[in-house]
Design a protein around this ligand. Structure first.
Ligand code: NAD
Length: 252
């Protein structure tokens, strides 16, 4: 039985994971961390990770970037593997996640859905093949409550594509601010916000007289929760190091 600590347990994702884990015979949540303690749970909830003195095998984090430093300190000190799923980190915070992987196992993905990781892989392959002759644009759509833009997933896809290109692309977020033609070295990133859209990501490769579109739609938050629980089970017995969804896909 894998013992999980849920950071951000009283948020939307924390509660979906709480429900899914309660139906899973292979794991249990032994504690939650959250600054909001107003939600009733079957496990104890701590506002300060340092108050937890029990045993755990892995931590899942779906919370807020402001929580990162405290959670990484806790995981490094206790050598607890951590699945970090929160988005909206700045470059310094991204660096601190990489640094924590020197002390404990860290799984980081801005999108925990297996489907998104698959289309990222497809987009990388397409970018390599089409480099130079196709313009690349990424459009993401989310519900009207989302604060960060573009989404962490859109940036994750752009970074993966950038890694495969032979030049460093320029990310262009706002075509409104400049009146000029598109350059060949751009990746355009566009955010749409409205209603209750769970999450859509589309990569467009636009060439001369042909357009290729690779698209993923998530119909519920459960796809991210299922992926995060899979990641937690995968990570629980791993040595220090950085892991991603690619490691899970390769292990299947
Ligand atoms: N990687 C993925 O696949 C994926 C999927 C969905 C959401 N997310 C990200 O996960 C995060 C949480 O999403 P959500 O929809 O559950 O948000 P939410 O706002 O519903 O929940 C966030 C929870 O974190 C708690 N929290 C805030 N600051 C905290 C702190 N300093 N310490 C401890 N707890 C704190 C809040 O009280 C709340 O209960 C967001 O960053 C979101 O973008 C990632």
């Amino acid at each position: 039985m894998i013992k999980i600590i849920m950071n951000g347990c009283n948020g939307k994702m924390g509660q979906v994971i709480t429900r899914l884990v309660s139906e899973d015979p292979d794991c249990e949540i032994v504690a939650g961390f959250d600054i909001n303690t107003a939600v009733p749970n079957t496990y104890p909830v701590y506002t300060d990770p340092d108050d937890f003195t029990g045993e755990a095998d892995v931590l899942i984090d779906f919370s807020h970037p402001s929580s990162l430093a405290k959670v990484l300190d806790f995981c490094k000190r206790t050598k607890l593997p951590a699945v970090i799923a929160t988005t909206g980190f700045d470059s310094e915070q991204r660096e601190s996640i990489n640094k924590a992987a020197e002390d404990t196992a860290v799984f980081f993905s801005a999108n925990m859905s297996l489907g998104i990781n698959l289309i990222t892989d497809l987009a990388k392959k397409a970018a390599k093949l089409l480099e130079g002759s196709f313009d690349i644009e990424i459009i993401e759509k989310h519900h009207n409550q989302k604060i960060d833009a573009p989404s962490g997933t859109a940036l994750m896809i752009a970074d993966a594509i950038a890694d495969t290109l032979s030049f460093e692309p320029e990310y262009v977020y706002d075509r409104h601010s400049q009146r000029k033609k598109r350059s060949k070295t751009e990746i355009g990133l566009h955010a749409v916000r409205g209603g209750t859209i769970t999450g859509e990501h589309e990569v467009i490769f636009a060439g001369n007289d042909e357009v290729i579109e690779i698209k993923h739609s998530a119909a519920s938050k459960e796809v991210f929760a299922v992926g995060a629980i899979k990641a937690a089970k995968f990570l629980a017995d791993k040595p220090a190091g950085m892991y991603s969804m690619k490691d899970i896909i390769d292990s299947l």
